[in-house]
Design a protein around this ligand. Structure first.
Ligand SMILES: *[C@@H]1O[C@H](CO)[C@@H](O)[C@H](O)[C@H]1NC(C)=O
Ligand SMILES: *[C@@H]1O[C@H](CO)[C@@H](O)[C@H](O)[C@H]1NC(C)=O
Ligand SMILES: [Cu+2]
Length: 238
């Protein structure tokens, strides 16, 4: 039963992937792909030791030209990450909008302080988490994402120091994750500039490094999960 379900789920979702492609600030959409380093292809990263797990853009090359915008936000703002199946599927009848329903799993948001968000390299950065949602009351974060038409809302903690950051929004689809490599990691990085911030000094993790293969290995189907440990550190609280 287990293997039949897994095989069916894999078949049904061969290329039903997703891309984080728009950021909203206090309920206002900032523009499609504005300030976000989006890949040309929506395929997942499965190797947690690869540099591609930082901000994508490796095996799925970045769309060029690279974004020329940095999105201004204030600490404490309500932010929204918007996801779609492909870069062109927003507002279409694509049945896998914003992602295939088979792709259940957690959603997370990380920040890394940078000197210049427009030009920074993604390697060697120090990341802290500001948001996570896994499995609660029997519902996966991805199910809520689909119900909310691709929108994930979270707050930029008020104690985050002012300055420029990369904001890494990540979704992990677990439909093929019962062995490694199998989990599908989807992530993109937005270029933001925080003002009005505080003085938090959160502990950080590195990408790659934050996840071990065992952290992304999970059987989504059997036994039916009642709890789930979200990979990475717990989010910053002020
Ligand atoms: C998320 O934020 C958007 C934009 O402000 C809003 O339209 C939507 O209702 C919010 N969704 C939830 C579930 O809070
Ligand atoms: C970041 O925000 C500060 C404060 O509003 C502003 O002075 C600075 O020019 C902004 N930097 C960028 C790159 O937009
Ligand atoms: Cu997929």
């Amino acid at each position: 039963m287990k293997s039949t379900l897994s095989a069916l789920a894999l078949l049904a979702s061969a290329s039903a992937h997703t891309i984080f492609q728009e950021l909203w600030v206090n309920g206002v959409a900032q523009g499609h792909t504005k300030g976000i380093r989006v890949p040309t292809y929506d395929g997942p990263i499965t190797d947690v030791t690869s540099n591609d797990v930082i901000c994508n853009g490796g095996i799925n090359p970045y769309r060029t030209p690279l974004p020329k915008d940095v999105i201004n936000v204030k600490a404490g703002d309500r932010l929204t990450a918007e996801w779609h199946h492909t870069l062109d599927s927003k507002g279409t009848n694509d049945v896998d909008e914003p992602i295939s329903a088979s792709h259940n799993g957690p959603i997370m948001v990380y920040l890394a302080k940078v000197d210049d968000a427009l030009t920074t390299s993604v390697t060697g950065l120090k990341w802290f988490k500001i948001y996570e949602d896994g499995l609660s009351n029997g519902q996966w974060a991805v199910k809520k994402l689909i119900d909310n038409k691709g929108l994930v809302n979270f707050t930029l903690p008020s104690c985050v120091p002012s300055g420029q950051y990369l904001l890494r929004a990540e979704l992990i689809a677990l439909h093929g994750a019962s062995s490694y490599p199998g989990a599908q990691l989807y992530m993109e990085c937005a270029q933001i500039n925080v003002s009005g911030g505080g003085s938090a000094n959160p502990s950080t993790v590195s990408f790659p490094g934050a996840y071990k293969s065992s952290d992304v290995t999970f059987n989504l189907y059997w036994p039916v999960p009642t709890s789930y440990s979200i990979p990475g550190p717990r989010p910053l609280t002020c």
